[in-house]
Design a protein around this ligand. Structure first.
Ligand SMILES: NC(=O)c1ccc[n+]([C@@H]2O[C@H](COP(=O)([O-])OP(=O)(O)OC[C@H]3O[C@@H](n4cnc5c(N)ncnc54)[C@H](OP(=O)(O)O)[C@@H]3O)[C@@H](O)[C@H]2O)c1
Ligand SMILES: [Zn+2]
Ligand SMILES: [Zn+2]
Length: 362
């Protein structure tokens, strides 16, 4: 038995080398009970390897990125939608099995899975390419098993071809959550060449927005607090970098994007945005938002929220990445060290901005 592999869910097989006529297994990290990540509540187990249904593909996972949302699910900030669940929604791998009705993908092709696992395909939102609002929206690694496993199943319509992406595969996972979310937030801001965009917080997602904005000659001001993020934003070429709560920005903004879940920043940001502009809020939850000065702060501005992700933005962003000067900072961990990588991510102790698990290099 491989070191570190524990007893799986009832009925799971426990052999590491399948023999002819026996069920094929996969190794996967599962979550059955929500608890602080420091308690190492995920277990590495062996499970029967699922086969692709008619309209599904099976991915042999190569690399899987860690997102803070994985920690929110593991710790109980978000409810458990399936138990046990395999977390992970920044998945890069190779198609190893296709269902009977699959036409878009072939065995051997490099593909990715991201937060959008599936949607109904029939509601008014799905029919207008806004499946992020579909009432039947299912998320990878939350409603459906994700990528902290050797294999995973993805419905054909929701897998992303990565064949054209020129980055090394180990650097692609962060593109699939912070990258797509950053692109979607940028589009919501409706900002154009020559205008000024403000980014509040400079974590993994803001990095992609800065790179997209630079490629379109949009001036970007970054407000962040930590020395590390201030230095990163300067190094990446933001036009103005400081903590806006201490140093005033040199000009008003055409649009702003807020990343941290800090409701207290909303009014100061809005008062920095010109009338006609908008504030895009990226967080999935925030502390209380209070607006005291309606006329000075909110009147004439729009607040938009980034709500889940859609296929259109995912495909557009992937088509764009070779034209952006991207160097996603990645700290790689062996598959067996996922629990350690989650702890370091939570405690902000990673050397690079993103943690990625190497599941298989071939
Ligand atoms: N809506 C969706 O569907 C969707 C999809 C993907 C991601 N997201 C959201 O997008 C957001 C961006 O993710 P991320 O991981 O890139 O961001 P993040 O690391 O959570 O936050 C960005 C930065 O904001 C700063 N910050 C944190 N708390 C702060 C506070 N109280 N006041 C001021 N600044 C603070 C930190 O930098 P400093 O310490 O340097 O200030 C932090 O690095 C997350 O909130 C995530 O939930 C949403
Ligand atoms: Zn994510
Ligand atoms: Zn729908």
């Amino acid at each position: 038995m491989p070191e570190g592999v524990e007893q799986g869910v009832p009925g799971a097989l426990r052999r590491s080398t399948p023999h002819i006529g026996e069920e094929v297994i996969l190794k996967a990290w599962i979550l059955t009970k929500q608890a602080p990540i420091e308690e190492r509540s995920l277990s590495l187990v062996e499970l029967p390897n699922p086969s692709a249904g008619d309209r599904e593909i099976r991915i042999k996972v190569s690399y899987s990125g860690i997102c803070r949302t994985d920690i929110h699910i593991a710790e109980g900030d978000l409810p458990l939608m399936k138990s046990p669940i395999i977390l992970g929604h920044e998945v890069v791998g190779i198609v190893d099995q296709v269902g009977e009705e699959i036409t878009q993908f072939q065995v051997g092709e490099r593909v990715g899975a991201y937060w959008l696992h599936s949607a109904c395909g029939q509601c008014k939102y799905c029919l207008s390419s806004r499946e992020n609002y579909c009432p039947a929206f299912q998320a990878t690694g939350w409603h459906a098993d994700g990528g902290f496993a050797e294999y995973m199943i993805v419905p054909e319509g929701f897998a992303l071809s990565l064949e054209t992406v020129r980055l090394e595969p180990g650097k692609i996972p962060p593109l699939l959550c912070p990258g797509i979310a950053g692109y979607a937030a940028f589009k919501l801001a409706e900002i154009e060449s020559g205008e000024i965009l403000g980014l509040y917080g400079f974590g993994p997602t803001a990095y992609y927005v800065l790179k997209i904005a630079q490629s379109l000659s949009i001036e970007t001001y970054v407000s962040t607090r930590s020395t590390r993020n201030l230095e990163r934003a300067r190094r990446e070429g933001a036009v103005w970098v400081a903590d806006a709560s201490k140093t005033e920005m040199p000009a008003k903004l055409d649009a702003a994007i807020l990343f941290p879940p800090a409701g207290n920043l909303v009014e100061p940001i809005l008062s920095q945005v010109k009338a006609g502009g908008c504030l895009v809020m990226a967080p999935v939850s925030t502390s209380t938002i209070a607006i005291e000065q309606y006329s000075a702060s909110l009147w004439g501005r729009t607040i938009k929220t980034l709500y889940q992700l859609r296929r259109t933005e995912a495909k557009e962003f992937i088509a764009l990445v070779n034209d952006l000067d991207l160097q996603p900072g990645v700290t790689l961990f062996p598959f067996e060290e996922l629990d350690e990588a989650l702890i370091l991510t939570k405690q902000n102790k990673l050397e690079q901005a993103n943690a990625v698990i190497t599941v298989r290099t071939k």
